[in-house]
Design a protein around this ligand. Sequence first.
Ligand SMILES: [Zn+2]
Length: 441
Amino acid sequence: MRKRLALAALAATLTTPLFAQTTVVKAGRLIDPETGTSTPNAVVVIEQGRIRAIGAGLGIPTGAPVIDLGDLSVVPGLVDAHTHMGLTYKEVPENNYYYFTYVQDSTPLRAIQAASNGMQLLNSGFTVVRDVGNNALYVDVALRMAIEQGWLPGPTLIPSGPMIGSTGGQFWPTPEMYRQHDIMYPEYVDADSPEEIVRAVRQNMLFGAKTIKLCVDCKPWGYSVEDMKLVLREAAKGGCLVDGHVQTPDGAQRAIDAGIHIISHGHALSPEHHRQMAEKGIFLAGTDTPFTPYHGTKEAFEDTVARLKDAWEKKVSLTFSTDMDYWNDRMKDPKTGRWLNRGELTIDFLLTWKAAGIPAPDILKAMTITGYKASGLTDRGPLKVGNAADLIAVAGNPLADIDALRDVRFVMKDGLVYKRDGVMTPADFFHPGPVKGWRKR
Ligand SMILES: [Zn+2]
């Protein structure tokens, strides 16, 4: 019986065409952001969602379907290293005060927003997103699971679950709100003592967090160096990197002294902090907001640009990050009046990087290679044999003109085509169930 099954399996293998699971992508140029170089006439051979061969002058397997991208440049997928897909605060009715968004928008509604935002980001070439808190009751983890299981298209998510903070998190609740803890506190996990800190880290990892996000100094009673070292030790057991929200110079120094992996927000960081971060290899997710008709101020922008420029000059490990979690009715193309989608708003943060005078190859590296490292990815990101086939294509050469990334013509994730000729084609991602396995999380 056993032998017969084995023979049947062998016969099935032999009768299945060799190229059944093989796709070939051809393009004018292959960009390597690690080295800042490109190879003309690139071929990528993809088998079962993974890269089997890549480079110039490769033979194309007989009969394999070829996606010919003409003279487009192939680039690995982009990373937003700090955003919140399950939060949308607005001018009306909450006057951009996100405390009220939490009261008004339920966890299920926010999960649906996150699913839509994920598709919009993928459409703009973001194949990896670190989603770091402010996601109600694990919206980020649920979306990661749904994408991994095969329910819908979206980037690879690195979810943090709720931010862990000392009493209050980022909120200043009324006593009424605080004592009725379940009204406002899916949003943060309060953890003050060492015992509570360990429990909070374990709880988030149990529920599916792939990174740990801390409120380092959201309150005057924020975390000490020792507290953060405890978090780092505990998070390491679950393979999680630790990301600290930092808003004061003291908090920044404590996070650096503790050896945190990622510092989120650059506005409290001095040149001396940058120097130390570069020395210790701490990633910066600066959330470098541009000044646009729909957000920001000139003063804040100039400060952001100066700090980003200094961090780049000091050779800090820079990631591209946005904190893009708001909406208003000015988010339209000034020429056509068409709404800008979440992906377009995200890529618009290039304005800050260009204003800081950072060369295109360094921006591209931040948006890819450094982003993958800060995400802790091991089997996807760089375009190399064995990695997931997550790639995008643009006209022109982003090593010369980074704005080429604003018009992504082609997106492939895990070997499936999501966008072609500039048009979304997500049908292959939709399934009647968790076809990639219900245990995936
Ligand atoms: Zn944030």
